[in-house]
Design a protein around this ligand. Structure first.
Ligand code: INI
Length: 156
């Protein structure tokens, strides 16, 4: 019989930091609502949740790196919304956010859940932040809880 190790969804024993990009705040506020809902429903204590805000998705990687180094939470939930415009700026911001957050997370050993939307339209972003396609902030927080528990088990 093989042993299966996986994380549970009990958040009560963990500290979380949510890092939120304010750009497209109509969307990122909805992602934050979803993430907080998931954390609270899963038993996270109010005092164990911190929210850190940065101007835009470009700024997320450095914030994640610094939070991981200084605050050392059990998991970090990254929220942002990059919505395509008429210029290549979108590509730079979306790529930097994805690659930089992944690098910062891996280097730290702390689970980082990626709840940054990259969409072609505002409508698609609304759909994914509490509209007909769910709430990616909620999903990212659930992933963060599971990974925090998994990492604790693997390190025992
Ligand atoms: N930041 C976002 O979070 N989403 C976007 O869609 C976006 N666009 O498209 O410009 C965006 N730009 C700002 C960027 O993240 C930085 O804050 C800015 O470049 C200053 O460093």
């Amino acid at each position: 019989m093989s042993q299966v190790i996986e994380g549970n969804l009990d958040a009560s024993g963990f500290k979380f930091v949510v890092v939120l990009a304010r750009f497209n705040g109509l969307i990122t506020d909805r992602l934050l609502t979803g993430a907080m809902d998931a954390l609270k429903r899963s038993g996270a204590k109010r005092n164990n949740i911190e929210v850190v805000k940065v101007p835009g998705a470009w700024e997320l990687p450095l914030a994640v790196k610094t939070i991981a180094d200084v605050k050392k939470p059990d998991a970090i939930i990254v929220l942002g919304a990059v919505i395509r415009g008429d210029t290549p700026h979108f590509e730079h911001v979306a790529n930097q956010a994805a690659i930089g957050v992944a690098q910062a997370g891996l280097a730290s050993g702390i689970p980082v859940a990626f709840g940054v939307l990259t969409t072609n339209t505002m409508e698609q972003a609304i759909d994914r932040s509490g509209g007909k396609s769910g709430n990616k902030g909620y999903d990212a927080a659930i992933t963060a809880i599971e990974m925090a528990d998994l990492l604790r088990k693997l390190r025992k």
